[in-house]
Design a protein around this ligand. Structure first.
Ligand code: F0G
Length: 352
C-alpha cells in the first residue's frame, strides 16, 4: 500500500497552495467511512448509514484538516505565532501543527468547559494556554482583537484556509461512495465545517465526480442552538462542550448552505445526544465525543423523513477519547469493582 501523504499533497490541485508553500503535515485525512448497520436498522426501509470517522485524524478531530492548511499558509506568509479561541479541538490541532511548523501557539479556552483530553493535548503539544472566565464566544472576540493588533495569525474558522482544508472531507466521502450521499448529518457549532463540506461537495460535482448534492442536515445542542432559534444564545449550555457556542461566526454561510441544499437545522437534547453516543459505542463499536454524536441523534430524530433506500453519512467530528469523563459517567456497562483476585469470585460475578 502506498503511504498516504496527507491531505494537502493528496488534494493539491483543489487547494490554494503553490510550490512555495511549506507543507506542515501530520498525514491527516484519509479517515474511514464506516458502515453503521445498527443505526441503519433503527431506520429500516433500505436506508444505508455511514460514519465519517474524523476522530481518527492525528490530533483526534476534523480540525487537523483545516489546521494543516492554515498553519502551512501562516508559515508561508512568515508568521511566527498563531492564536485561536477554542472549545478544545481547535486548540489541540493549532498547538500540534504550529509546533510542528516551529511557531508559537496561543490558545484561549473557556475555563472549566474543555474536555480533559483536549486540555491535555494543548498543554503537551506546547501551546501557551489561557483559560478565561467566559464562554467560547467571548474568547473568540478577544483573539480576533489580539490578531488585529499584534503580529499573530488567527487560526479560527474565520481564517479562510481552514475551510479549504476541511472541504477535503467531502472529497473523501464522494471518493469512497462513488457518489455524494443523499443526506449529510453534521454537528454544528461555529458552523465552519458544514460550510466546508458544502464547498467540497459543490467543487467535486462541478468537476464531474458526482451527479448529485446532499441535503445538509445540521444539528445543534438544544441549549446552544442559535441557528435553530434564529438568534444568539447568551449563555450556551450543553454536555457536548465542543459545540457550546451561542454566536457562530459562520452563521450567514451556514444559512446559505441550508437553503441551497434544501437541508435543515434542528436541535437535539443532551439526553438524545447521550443515547446516540451510547448506541455508537456499544452498538457500532465506534467511540466519538458527545458533540459528534449529535449528528446521529439528529438522524434518528428525523428518521421518518429519510427517503427509502437513501444513503446517509453522519460526520463523527471528534474521538471519544477526548472526553473520558463523559464516557465514564454515561454508559450502560456492567462495571464490577473491588472484587478479590480469585477465579471463583470472578466467575460467579460473571454469572457462570
Ligand atoms: N464537533 C466537534 C468535535 C468540534 O470540536 C466542533 C467545533 C464541532 C463539531 C463544530 O464544528 O464549529 O465547524 O460548526 N469545535 C470548535 C473548537 C469550536 O474550538 O474546537 P463547527
Amino acid at each position: 500500500m502506498q503511504d498516504w501523504p496527507g491531505l494537502i499533497e493528496a488534494y493539491r490541485r483543489w487547494l490554494p497552495v503553490s510550490a512555495k508553500t511549506p507543507v506542515i503535515t501530520l498525514r491527516e485525512g484519509a479517515t474511514p467511512l464506516i458502515p453503521a448497520p445498527v443505526i441503519a436498522g433503527e431506520i429500516g426501509r433500505g436506508v444505508k448509514v455511514f460514519l465519517k470517522y474524523d476522530g481518527l485524524n492525528p490530533t483526534g478531530s476534523f480540525k487537523d484538516r483545516g489546521m494543516t492548511m492554515a498553519i502551512s499558509k501562516a508559515k508561508e506568509a512568515g508568521s511566527e505565532a498563531v492564536i485561536c479561541a477554542s472549545t478544545g479541538n481547535t486548540s489541540a490541532a493549532a498547538a500540534a501543527y504550529a509546533r510542528r511548523g516551529g511557531m508559537r501557539a496561543f490558545v484561549l479556552i473557556p475555563d472549566g468547559y474543555v474536555a480533559q483530553g483536549k486540555l491535555a493535548q494543548a498543554l503537551l503539544y506546547g501551546a501557551e494556554v489561557v483559560a478565561v472566565q467566559g464562554n467560547f464566544d467571548a474568547a473568540l472576540e478577544i483573539v480576533r482583537d489580539v490578531a488585529d493588533r499584534y503580529p499573530i495569525t488567527l487560526v479560527n474558522s474565520v481564517n479562510p484556509y481552514r475551510l479549504q482544508g476541511q472541504k477535503t472531507a467531502a472529497f473523501e466521502v464522494v471518493d469512497a461512495l462513488g457518489e455524494a450521499p443523499d443526506w449529510l448529518c453534521i454537528p454544528v457549532g461555529n458552523a465552519g465545517n458544514i460550510s466546508a463540506y458544502w464547498m467540497g461537495f459543490n467543487e467535486y460535482k462541478q468537476a464531474g465526480h458526482s451527479r448529485k448534492l446532499p441535503k445538509m442536515m445540521g444539528f445543534q445542542a438544544a441549549g446552544s442552538a442559535p441557528l435553530v432559534l434564529g438568534h444568539k444564545v447568551e449563555q450556551p449550555d450543553t454536555i457536548a462542550t465542543a459545540i457550546r457556542i451561542g454566536n457562530p461566526v459562520n452563521r450567514e454561510k451556514a444559512l446559505d448552505v441550508r437553503q441551497a441544499s434544501g437541508g435543515d437545522f434542528m436541535a437535539v437534547s443532551d439526553a438524545e445526544i447521550i443515547t446516540a453516543y451510547k448506541l455508537l459505542g456499544a452498538g457500532e463499536g465506534v467511540f466519538c465525543e458527545p458533540a459528534s454524536a449529535a449528528s446521529v441523534a439528529g438522524l434518528l430524530k428525523r428518521k421518518h423523513e429519510v427517503p427509502n433506500g437513501a444513503t446517509v453519512v453522519c460526520v463523527l467530528t471528534g474521538n471519544g477519547l477526548k472526553d473520558p469523563t463523559t464516557a465514564i459517567e454515561h454508559n450502560d456497562a456492567k462495571f464490577h469493582t473491588g472484587l478479590a483476585a480469585n477465579t471463583e469470585v470472578v466467575a460467579k460475578v460473571l454469572g457462570f
